[in-house]
Design a protein around this ligand. Structure first.
Ligand code: 6OG
Length: 160
């Protein structure tokens, strides 16, 4: 019998300005110790995925992206987790406010030629290049534990 896992709808937002990308060191929770974009769970109160992406960026980085667009979608399964993650990835180039450290994240700008992939989720190297290139992408990942990928299927797409 095929077992379908329950799923969690998540957002992830990265700011890319010219040759710089804004990442943040996660200080607690899932992905602690890794650089990532801003994001988290969509709230159950009727919040849209887009609204959640903006809210999470406000909460974690103290900024409001003003031109965020959905650029990718990745479904992630882990042999060790009960839930499938459905991660909606947004890109923005403009924002209001001043980037600040919060209880959850320590933000830092990186040159796009010096992205700290070794201190990021292992999947990021497969899709961040699409994001930097303004290419829409979607795909599926299967993890063994949290740091090993046993299936990677990420493709560029022309449709959002
Ligand atoms: P909270 O549990 O903190 O939201 N996330 C991932 N990001 C990357 N780059 N790779 C992954 O591969 C990820 N899995 C989850 C989605 C978790 C945040 O972490 C992101 C959310 O922004 C496994 O609320």
């Amino acid at each position: 019998m095929i077992k379908v896992k329950p799923s969690k709808i998540l957002t992830l937002l990265l700011i890319h300005q010219k040759n710089q990308i804004l990442l943040a060191m996660k200080k607690r929770g899932f992905g602690m110790g890794k650089y990532n974009g801003f994001g988290g769970k969509v709230e159950r109160n009727g919040e849209s995925i887009y609204q959640a992406a903006i809210r999470e960026t406000q909460e974690e980085g103290c900024i409001t992206p003003t031109d965020a667009q959905l650029i990718g979608y990745i479904k992630m399964d882990f042999d060790c987790e009960k839930e499938t993650l459905k991660v909606h990835i947004f890109k923005a180039t403009q924002f209001e406010g001043e980037v600040q450290e919060t209880e959850e994240m320590k933000p830092q700008w990186f040159d796009v030629n010096n992205i700290p992939y070794k201190t990021m989720w292992i999947d990021d190297q497969y899709w961040v290049p699409y994001l930097l290139d303004n290419k829409y992408f979607y795909g599926y990942l299967l993890f063994e534990g949290h740091d090993k990928l046993i299936k990677v299927d990420i493709k560029e797409t022309t449709q959002q």
